[in-house]
Design a protein around this ligand. Structure first.
Ligand SMILES: Cc1cc2nc3c(=O)[nH]c(=O)nc-3n(C[C@H](O)[C@H](O)[C@H](O)COP(=O)(O)OP(=O)(O)OC[C@H]3O[C@@H](n4cnc5c(N)ncnc54)[C@H](O)[C@@H]3O)c2cc1C
Length: 119
């Protein structure tokens, strides 16, 4: 069975699932019992995880906080407090869910700030 060949699971995850189901990696799939297959299927389709905490700033993907949005002109992203100072991306107090929203926000605000600077 190895690392569930043909699946899209990462090798480490499939090895973990086999271990969790106490299935030897060398066992051919056709020799698995119905109960073994059911157990493997259960773990492949429902893998409960408990969040135990958050990691530190050095390892975070996104940080909350930053320059309040009411302190910048949304047309140019220039500071309302300091003329000639522009902000983009994570410097601003905007935090999106993981999945591209933060990158897109960084790209878009970078473009807006760049246009603002050039005006
Ligand atoms: C591991 C990881 C995974 C992520 N995955 C996703 C994801 O899947 N989807 C998503 O939307 N977002 C993701 N993010 C978040 C996303 O990468 C950030 O929100 C985005 O890159 C922020 O862009 P930014 O330009 O504001 O800041 P950054 O990309 O952090 O750029 C800031 C730059 O400024 C430089 N810098 C810092 N201090 C100074 C200084 N004093 N002088 C000169 N340069 C300086 C830094 O070296 C850096 O190059 C992830 C982040 C991490 C760390």
């Amino acid at each position: 069975m190895g690392v569930l060949p043909g699946s899209s699971l990462p090798p480490k995850l499939s090895a973990f699932l086999l271990e969790r189901c106490r299935l030897p990696a060398s066992l051919p799939l056709r020799e698995c019992s119905d109960a073994q297959l059911a157990e493997l299927w259960r773990w492949c389709t429902a893998f409960p995880l408990s969040v135990t905490g958050v990691r530190d700033f050095a390892t975070c993907q996104v940080s909350a906080g930053g320059i309040p949005l009411d302190e910048v002109d949304p047309q140019t992203l220039q500071s309302r407090l300091v003329t000639g100072l522009y902000f983009a991306g994570e410097a601003l107090d905007v935090t999106g869910p993981c999945g591209g929203y933060n990158l897109q926000f960084a790209f878009s605000t970078g473009a807006v700030a760049g246009q603002g600077i050039s005006q």
